[in-house]
Design a binder for this molecule. Structure first.
Ligand code: FES
Length: 525
């Protein structure tokens, strides 16, 4: 039986050699490490904080073969053959998770359950019929269009029924994978920040503390790849999504996954918490990362939406947000890192389906590294381009958005809140000469100064008051309140100005060949 507490693991303290070095201990990294160590490869996982401390712990853990961005849209972009492979991969991922749970006896509340795609008030049934037809062509079995499914707890209306979806608690699952990796002779090092990745034979991964890992293969599974400066980040867009959980009487809402048809859609499921209550977990209100400051209103709207539909919803128990990396066609990027040495791989672009995509990454990368063919490879190829015009337009709009945010933030005077108006545990950005400064007043009333310039490519970070972090609006880097990097692609923190540092020195990470992170894709800049 896997434990559910979080055991601490030591940092890497000396140079080592392994077959595979995996950077990132979320579901992608640990699935890959688990499947490869079961095949007898010597595996080491490096995690800058703790197992599961990244985006995997923030997911609402819908295990769906229903596609977030709709099969009808994917088919227009990539065609029916790839769509069938895509559907097969998500279906297989749910089965694989179920199998692992059984084999390792992980107590993570995994279960199979139905999913319902239901109409948002402004949409017509045509939309459901179009998706039903495409999902049938994708090969999903057992789909049914229903006028009004007999679910308890809310009036769902016309819906598309998906059988055999799943849900689980991801943290115990990750701990189960971790224990299996270690049982198979693999190693997991926590508090081990990666500073530089060099391809070659062997590849080398240098840690911030100094020790170097030599490996035949390196897999970068860090939500956004920290080994790419530019190219992959122009093919993805970081979005934030919000979630709340509310107590409801046990079984007051039928156990199922629910999604509405909005583009920034609502998603709902339940989770038992004790003999008498379930948690109703509701998400939505997505927006581009680092580009709004109305997080409190978003949580408020989510609660209002829930109360209008679920009469038995009690108090809000938790609220949180998570980051989603969106790709133009809604499929992740898993495979060889474009333009890099052939033994460097990435897994990124979760597109709101991180749990199935993370498991697909494990299955696909195990095949890549073992030299086996896998029919899903072309669907997830990081070097792929969309086939249809609409996806190109979306990509162009995302790029234009990054450029306009860059200019707007550099030209603006600063945030509406001035430094002397800051409350405790709050941050704001102010102009200082030609540059921008990120001020954070901590819980003791002490004010901390960092450069507000993201060290990845120089965009200006924004305060996220819901999470008490700094978010970059361009490619998804995130920094804690005091400026330490939490989420890449930045690999270093915001430049500290505590000791009279000069805010006008732009602290962009080195882009030369001897850069902290090699820039195989970044040759265009
Ligand atoms: Fe690229 Fe900040 S994440 S500039």
């Amino acid at each position: 039986m896997a434990t559910t507490s979080v055991p601490k693991r030591s940092p890497l303290q000396q140079d080592i050699s392994v077959d595979v070095c995996i950077v990132g201990a979320g579901i992608s990294g640990l699935s890959t490490a688990c499947f490869l160590s079961r095949e007898g490869l010597r595996v080491a996982v490096l995690e800058s904080r703790q197992v599961g401390s990244g985006q995997t712990q923030r997911t609402t853990a819908h295990l769906a073969s229903a596609l977030d961005d709709f099969y009808s849209e994917y088919e227009e972009i990539q065609g029916v053959e790839k769509m069938r492979l895509l559907a097969n991969s998500h279906h297989s991922a749910i089965s694989k998770i179920g199998k692992i749970v059984q084999e390792l006896e992980v107590d993570c509340q995994f279960r199979r359950l139905p999913g319902y795609l239901f109409l948002a008030p402004e949409h017509s049934k045509d939309l459901l019929e179009k998706e039903y037809a495409a999902a049938c062509r994708a090969g999903i079995a057992g789909l049914t269009l229903l006028k009004s499914p007999p679910v308890k707890g809310f009036d769902i209306g016309p819906s598309l029924y998906y059988p055999d979806q799943g849900q689980f608690n991801p943290l115990p699952y990750l701990l189960g994978l971790s224990e299996e990796i270690e049982r198979m002779g693999g190693a997991i090092y926590e508090q081990t920040h990666v500073q530089e990745i060099r391809g070659g034979e062997p590849a080398e991964v240098e840690t911030a503390a100094g020790p170097v890992i030599k490996a035949k293969h390196v897999v970068v599974a860090t939500n956004t790849p920290v080994n790419d400066r530019f190219a992959m980040h122009t093919k993805m867009a970081p979005y934030l999504t919000y979630a709340i959980s509310l107590k409801v009487p046990r079984n007051a809402v039928t156990t199922a996954l629910y999604w509405d048809t909005l583009e920034n859609y609502h998603y709902v499921r339940t989770q038992p918490i004790d003999e008498t209550h379930d948690l109703l977990i509701v998400g939505g209100e997505d927006h581009k990362s680092g580009q709004v400051s109305d997080q409190a209103e978003r949580f408020g709207r989510l609660e209002q939406w829930t109360r209008e539909r679920f009469a038995e919803a009690g108090d809000v128990v938790h609220q949180w947000s998570g980051m989603v990396m969106e790709t133009p066609d809604g499929a992740a990027y898993i495979g060889p890192n474009p333009g890099d040495d052939p033994n460097i791989y990435i897994a990124t672009g979760d597109s709101g389906m991180g749990m199935t995509h993370g498991t697909i990454a494990g299955l696909l990368l195990a095949d890549f590294l073992q030299g086996r063919e896998n029919p899903w490879a072309e669907v997830y190829d990081p070097a792929r381009t969309p086939l249809a015009g609409s996806a190109w337009q979306d990509l162009a709009l995302e790029t234009a958005n990054v450029i306009s945010k860059y200019a707007e933030d550099w030209l603006s005077p600063g945030d509406a809140i001035e430094v002397d108006q800051l409350e405790n545990d709050q941050g704001t950005v102010e102009r200082s000469g030609l540059s921008k400064v990120a001020y954070y007043r901590d819980e003791n009333g002490e004010t901390h100064r960092n450069s507000a310039v993201c060290p990845h490519l120089g965009c200006v970070v924004h305060w996220n008051d819901a999470e008490k972090v700094w978010d970059c609006p361009c490619h998804g880097s995130r920094f804690d309140a005091c400026g330490e990097v939490i989420n890449g692609p930045a690999v270093s923190g915001l430049k500290s100005l505590e000791k009279n540092g000069d805010a006008n020195e732009i602290p962009t990470e080195d882009t030369s060949d001897t850069a902290a992170v090699h820039d195989h894709d970044g040759r265009a800049i």
